[in-house]
Ligand binder design. Structure first.
Ligand SMILES: [Zn+2]
Length: 408
């Protein structure tokens, strides 16, 4: 195995050994101590290889400046997230490398966890390659620790090999998986870059600069309770009002009925008892005006429900969560131009996708920092079948390396 592969893998294994699931049930930042432990380790490692300008913020965000050899070069930034997702799998990750030769692979003999091409046809692209997998009891954590490994290996290599570069800024942010909360808290005055990238998500070649506009709607309903024996014309059932509300969302796109650039309403939570009910809806749309129309529609539904149920107390709360990266593009699309140029030079076919989700770049784009994303090379995020083909991992690293060389 080549030296750079070994370094990437060794770094990756060291970072996944620190369990750092984020916890969506708490509002502190970071939401879990493992993330702070990892952030501390990253600062210490950067210090030990000679980068003294690191800072660990109270929020768990780790920042670093790698001073450039060319002070006139543009300042580039890379962002990765510290947390792994909690989808009910083990928080502890034991990675393994298996070569895919076309036969089903056993991830865990004790628990009889297998992966094969029938259920995972994407495997067929990696015939003959060494691939990182978990042991089947957890995610792999390539989301997003492969990106952390790419950045840390880069920091090491450019120093060891005396590679010319401009100022490089790193941001390691917590709690991407719990609503991009770390990226939202990133103080841009401490991250003064000319252009930047997230390294996250998906297969070799993928480029993302369009994401959803995302928001949350919460409908709170208070009814009037009564014993059924004397309920006529008295009882106001909040659960039926919640059902009315959901009915009015059905014809406006649901996740299970939409794809590509189509938006949706996704009813994520319903709670109800005799007195109160609550419905939570995720709002998603690529086009800002359509996203705004969705919010306006929900407000009109609220008005309608109030009219229909005058004795109930109904209130709708709308919150914007993140916005489409593309809306922050403006005139300056240098980050994207450079990325496509590097991919072309490396003969990696660019696969530009409109992501039906968000990245940390979506949170930064709201603040005006246009932040496209390039691939980690991994597949099946948030699944026990997450895997990272090592050649794709190396290519993710090489893209980062070539980006810093562009105008050094
Ligand atoms: Zn991620």
């Amino acid at each position: 195995m080549k030296e750079i592969e070994q370094k990437l893998i060794a770094n990756f294994k060291r970072y996944v050994a620190i369990s750092s699931q984020s916890d969506g049930s708490v509002s502190t930042l970071p939401s879990s101590e493992g993330q702070r432990t990892l952030a501390t380790l990253l600062c210490n490692e950067l210090n030990s290889i000679g980068y003294s300008e690191t800072e660990l913020l109270e929020t768990g965000i780790a920042l670093a400046r790698l001073p450039g050899t060319n002070p006139n070069a543009k300042k580039i930034g890379f962002i990765a997230h510290l947390d792994t997702v909690d989808v009910g799998l083990s928080p502890d990750i034991s990675p393994q490398i298996l070569r895919y030769e076309g036969e089903p692979l056993c991830l865990n003999a004790d628990e009889n966890i297998m992966i094969d091409e029938i259920s995972h046809p994407e495997l067929s692209k990696y015939l003959g390659q060494d691939i990182l997998f978990s042991d089947g009891t957890s995610v792999l954590g390539a989301d997003d620790k492969s990106a952390i490994a790419v950045m840390m290996t880069l920091a090491h290599e450019i120093k060891a090999a005396n590679i010319e570069h401009g100022d490089i800024y790193f941001a390691f942010v917590p709690d991407e998986e719990t609503g991009l909360r770390g990226a939202k808290a990133l103080p841009l005055e401490k991250f003064p870059v000319d252009y930047c990238y997230t390294i996250d998500c998906c297969e070799r070649g993928e480029v993302i600069y369009e994401t959803f506009n995302a928001g949350t709607a919460v409908l709170d309903i208070s009814g009037i309770t009564a014993h059924p024996m004397s309920a006529k014309n008295v009882l106001v059932n909040p659960n039926l009002i919640a059902a009315d509300f959901i009915d009015l969302l059905r014809d406006h796109g649901l996740p299970e009925q939409t794809e590509g650039r189509e938006g949706y309403f996704w009813v994520t939570d319903i709670q109800g008892n005799q007195n109160t009910a609550k419905v939570v809806v995720a709002i998603r749309d690529f086009v800002q005006s359509q996203y705004d129309d969705r919010k306006a529609y929900l407000q009109s539904v609220e008005t309608l429900l109030k009219h229909k149920h005058p004795k109930a107390d109904i209130s709708l709360t709308l919150t914007d969560v993140y916005s489409n990266i593309a809306q922050a593009m403006g005139e300056d699309i240098e980050a994207l131009t450079r990325l496509y140029r590097v991919l072309e030079e490396m003969e990696i076919p660019a696969k530009t996708i409109a992501m039906r989700g968000g990245t940390d770049g979506s949170a930064l784009s709201v603040k005006g920092l246009f932040t496209p994303n390039f691939f980690t090379g991994a597949h099946n995020f948030h699944s026990r079948f997450e895997f990272l083909p090592i050649p794709s991992f190396v290519d993710s690293y090489r893209v980062a390396l070539n980006l810093i060389k562009v105008d050094a």
